[in-house]
Design a protein around this ligand. Sequence first.
Ligand SMILES: C[S@@+](CC[C@H](N)C(=O)[O-])C[C@H]1O[C@@H](n2cnc3c(N)ncnc32)[C@H](O)[C@@H]1O
Length: 331
Amino acid sequence: MMNNIPLFDRPKQIENRFKADADIVLHHGDVKDFIATVPNNSVSLIVTSPPYNLGKDYEARVSIESYLQTQAEIIKELCRVLKNDGSLCWQVGNFVDNGEVFPLDILYYNIFKQSNLFLRNRIIWRFGHGLHASKRFSGRYETILWFTKSKDYVFNLDSVRVPSKYPGKLYYKGPNKGKPSGNPNGKNPSDIWEVVLKDWEEEVWDIPNVKSNHPEKTSHPCQYPVELIERCVLALTNEGDWVFDPFAGVGSSMIAAIMHNRKAMGCEKEKEYVNATRKRIESYFNGTLKTRPLGTPVFVPTGREKVSQIPDEWKTELPQKRLLEKRRKYK
Ligand SMILES: C[S@@+](CC[C@H](N)C(=O)[O-])C[C@H]1O[C@@H](n2cnc3c(N)ncnc32)[C@H](O)[C@@H]1O
């Protein structure tokens, strides 16, 4: 269930500098220097999760103003390389300072508007697990801002339809009364995506260290799932188009692009992640890269898994038990 074997994909050459006739470009270096080598109006989809200024291993934490200023300069250049019918998907969460939450997508919105982009969706990427907060509600979603450069843009809805919950629904009045009201190819996936659970924690089998056992997990602290980007690639580009991740990390966007016969371009400043990307791409071509297939339902515990059960130590303490009983009443 967890793998994806490319039966017919022959390995493609990975170039380390931009070449218009390349299939894959993976550059090790600073994004500002790299974008300068990419021609105007050449990329169909820019999709990324930029550094969040959280002080992760790969970033020095600076003031929010100075962080946004640097990002604004990069975004201006990204808009230059974006094709007129192209899209930009910016995946971000929150910047947290002294317990105060700054929603990055709100802070970024004006920067994109200054470049005259048009917002098409603010997609909620919802996940079930993560850190438990004690002074606010635990954060369980991040967003993807999907912008287009013009009003004439690629949107292949049919490539990303999902099964309808009620395919048997019929028109109850009008000229089509009695006929199916849905689409036989499935429904629009909507702007709330429950793709996979963040941080890979939700493989609730009895595996001691689930993070390291997730099929896609690498050493990168902030990887996003390939499946999340597959949907963007399929809906917003056509085969043979360039997909560019300016902050490529371990290459999840590049893999999503390659899997669907798009040209993949990525830039990353940390050598370790560039090497990991190269390895992941190579394992994709030799059929050993494991990814969670697009559209796999999110795991719902049956209640029989060890981790779903109340620990023996708590059985004499009633609060958790009461909570579960109460919850049942609401169903
Ligand atoms: C949030 S991570 C992206 C992770 C990626 N989505 C994945 O799935 O692997 C952001 C990445 O941007 C890289 N980065 C930060 N500033 C950069 C810059 N100026 N030029 C190139 N890469 C940069 C960081 O090293 C980090 O790997």
